[in-house]
Write a protein that binds this ligand. Sequence first.
Ligand SMILES: NC(=O)c1ccc[n+]([C@@H]2O[C@H](COP(=O)([O-])OP(=O)(O)OC[C@H]3O[C@@H](n4cnc5c(N)ncnc54)[C@H](OP(=O)(O)O)[C@@H]3O)[C@@H](O)[C@H]2O)c1
Length: 275
Amino acid sequence: MEMRRLGSRGPSLPVVGMGTWKTFDVRGDPAERVRHQLVSEALRAGTRLFDSSPMYGEAERVLGEALGHHRKEAFVATKVWAKVEGERDEQIASALRFFQGQVDLYQIHNLSRQAEVLPKLLELRSTGQVSWVGATHYRREAFGDLADLMSSGKIDTVQVPYNARDREAADRLLPLAEELGLGVLVMKPLGTGDLLHQVPPRDLMERLRPKGVATWAQVLLKWVLSDPRVDVVLPATSVVGRPTENAASGSPPWFDEEEREAVSRVFSKPAQASS
Ligand SMILES: NC(=O)c1ccc[n+]([C@@H]2O[C@H](COP(=O)([O-])OP(=O)(O)OC[C@H]3O[C@@H](n4cnc5c(N)ncnc54)[C@H](OP(=O)(O)O)[C@@H]3O)[C@@H](O)[C@H]2O)c1
């Protein structure tokens, strides 16, 4: 899998990471055992970055336990999602426990309580318990605030939605991320699964096959990674076998602009139900 540097100052990481929203919010056997298999499979396939949040219910705990003695092989990106005073410190204490005393990238989830969360994350970065600090948002109304924080020079990375149907964050924020040398993580690369409901034309799949893609999910992930401003894409899955399938989209050759346009055009037509 191709490695890209997470911004101009960050580490080099394989381009396909893994998200945990919904997919890792499980409790008890056999569901937790399946998540352990997913993490082992992802690591075997070359994935290193795992993204989580206290907003995702049990996900941080389940991910931490699944990593176990493989913790040092992984790059853990999680978030603070504080809604009330006091939650920030509780969430940080839990995450440091789940991830063996170290969070590689700590993000402000949806800029929530930014004024109190950011100073704390910067303090943890200065003491080394956190290596990098970032921010996330999924709503276009918040992209202006996200741009202001990016321009402050205080954060290292930004996480935004970007996929073959939705380029707004990429158009509005990726030029700034590039100019500032910030790392870029991409959430919702499959539109939280919605893009997979659109059946791709067979001739398009045939045309793209020489680029090393055999499934529609791989096409959609490679579509995002074919933008060189993206550092890591974060598909989430609950199905064994898919971490390997998704990781396989992280190697060149990349799509050219015409190929990317052809994929995006699939979403300008009315959706067809998949069988
Ligand atoms: N505000 C924020 O900070 C924020 C917001 C949203 C997301 N995120 C992060 O970004 C990550 C990714 O976004 P997302 O979870 O919204 O969705 P996504 O990765 O775009 O899509 C996930 C969906 O795609 C399906 N899928 C994955 N690989 C597949 C494959 N090879 N074939 C068929 N289906 C496949 C999964 O279903 P199966 O389980 O059936 O495979 C799941 O329903 C999140 O998990 C989270 O870590 C952050």
